[in-house]
Design a protein around this ligand. Structure first.
Ligand code: UQ1
Length: 439
């Protein structure tokens, strides 16, 4: 008995003893690297750092209050009735390597001048390097009446942008028989800027197959479809915009440009437009909520004017605090906020952080790569891939000389089957570098 206990004790790592020694509440905890956020960027980056072989038990800490980690790119597929939302989430705990210290808590404040983060509960965490990747906040409250309309089980208002409502989106689409369907995209920064129209294209196809919508004769169809976007165009990249705008016209979808949803009230949606407010009646409303930087980032010394973590566009290093880094949705990186962007950002951040730790010069550079696998109907995807400046950077164009502006069946399988698989089995384990392949 005594011997067994001795063995157990001997097995404990130095880091564990360190944390026992400092365990009283509010005492300082020290880590080489603290990663704020256990989402796509947080898990990819922390596991890539671990694979460098340069870190021991508890050298790296992850802070995230979440119980679940969600594969959010799958929520458009839930909205299309193709996946169950329960299959797209895993317990946070199960995805975090036991070599990490996991603080399952919220951040209260950043104190970069002191190289410290304070947790909501008051504990102070010290770091040598800080990686700030908590994602973006969905601000339902910024659209009047939206929270209530989404929560109402009997309403036809939904969004694929939340776990609670992504299945409601398909339920409302499936039950829809006639009337005006409006799909919205707000003005301002959102994650996955293609998703607001992906769900519309799938719904259109669903209604077409159900005999409720005839794209060649929309005026004679039971269903009318409008796309109300805060932007002046369908998509921010000229090459893909031209294709999607043509698609909108060919399929008889009404385009309401520079229409920014500000209120939902019963069956009325009100939009801010350059010519004042416009109210439209709807029978089905799919909303893309307004989004913005998390409050605890926005009010910190790390934020730029827009509230995002102010990092260099190419190195991912903070502009004022050289031991602070950011990528993903929380960062100021001027690209489209997607998991695909993270596949390219993470290896750059990791390389530069490790170089910096060793006092060497930063030699990795992010070119703004991001991607939007745009579902245009059941069975077809337009695989938009581009870098800074909206310049196309097409993986398969380079390999096979094909034009990715054309929706294809092969890309549908990438989106529906391959990406979810490679994400769960490789990307968040730190072994997938997107178009560059396995690392
Ligand atoms: C990708 O790697 C990825 O993550 C696993 C996605 O899913 C969210 C993507 O949408 C894309 C486009 C990539 C990039 C990979 C290739 C091979 C184009």
């Amino acid at each position: 008995m005594f011997q067994r206990r001795t063995v157990t004790v001997a097995k404990r790592s130095v880091a564990q003893w360190r944390s026992f020694a400092t365990s009283p509440a509010n005492s300082a905890r020290n880590h080489k690297i603290v990663v704020v956020g256990g989402g796509t960027a947080g898990l990819s980056i922390s596991h890539q750092l671990l694979h460098s072989g340069k870190f021991a038990q508890d050298d790296i800490a992850i802070i995230d209050p979440a119980t679940w980690h969600h594969y959010q790119p799958g929520w458009t597929l839930v909205g299309g009735g193709l996946k169950n939302k329960e299959d797209l989430r895993k317990p946070m705990n199960s995805l975090i390597n036991p070599k990490f210290k996991f603080y399952n808590e919220s951040v209260g404040a950043f104190d970069p001048a002191e190289n410290a983060v304070t947790l909501q509960g008051g504990d102070k965490i010290n770091y040598e390097h800080l990686v700030v990747v908590p994602g973006i906040s969905i601000n339902y409250g910024n659209t009047k009446g939206l929270t209530e309309a989404l929560a109402d089980r009997n309403s036809t208002v939904s969004t694929i942008y939340g776990y609670d409502t992504c299945d409601k989106a398909f339920r409302t689409i499936e039950n829809f028989r006639e009337g005006n369907a409006i799909f919205t995209q707000p003005a301002g920064v959102i994650k996955c800027a293609g998703a607001p129209q992906k769900v519309m294209w799938l719904a259109l196809d669903h209604w077409k197959r159900a005999g409720l919508y005839n794209p060649t004769k929309p005026s004679d169809s039971a269903v009318k479809i409008s796309y109300a976007t805060g932007l002046p165009v369908m998509f921010g990249v000229p090459k893909y915009n031209a294709i999607l705008e043509q698609m909108r016209q060919d399929r008889g979808v009404e385009g309401l440009f520079q229409h920014d949803l500000v209120a939902v009230d019963g069956k009325k949606a009100t939009f801010a437009t350059p010519d004042g407010e416009v109210t439209r009646e709807f029978d089905l409303l799919h909303v893309t909520p307004k989004m913005g930087a998390h409050g605890f980032v926005q009010k910190s010394p790390l934020a730029n004017e827009a509230g995002f973590v102010d990092v260099d566009d190419n190195s991912t290093q903070h502009k004022k605090f050289p031991n602070v880094w950011s990528a993903g949705d929380a960062s100021s990186l001027p690209t489209s906020k997607t998991a695909a962007a993270v596949t390219a950002e993470a290896p750059v951040l990791v390389r530069n952080l490790l170089q910096s730790m060793e006092g060497k010069s930063l030699d990795a550079s992010y070119d703004g790569y991001t991607s939007c696998p745009l579902l245009t109907e059941y069975g077809k995807v337009l695989l938009a891939e581009f870098k800074y400046g909206g310049v196309p950077k097409e993986t398969f164009g380079d390999w096979f000389g094909i034009d990715q502006g054309e929706p294809r069946r092969a890309f549908w399988h990438l989106k529906k089957d391959f990406f979810p698989w490679v994400y769960a089995n490789h990307m968040i384990k730190g072994t997938w570098g997107g178009p560059k392949g396995w690392m």
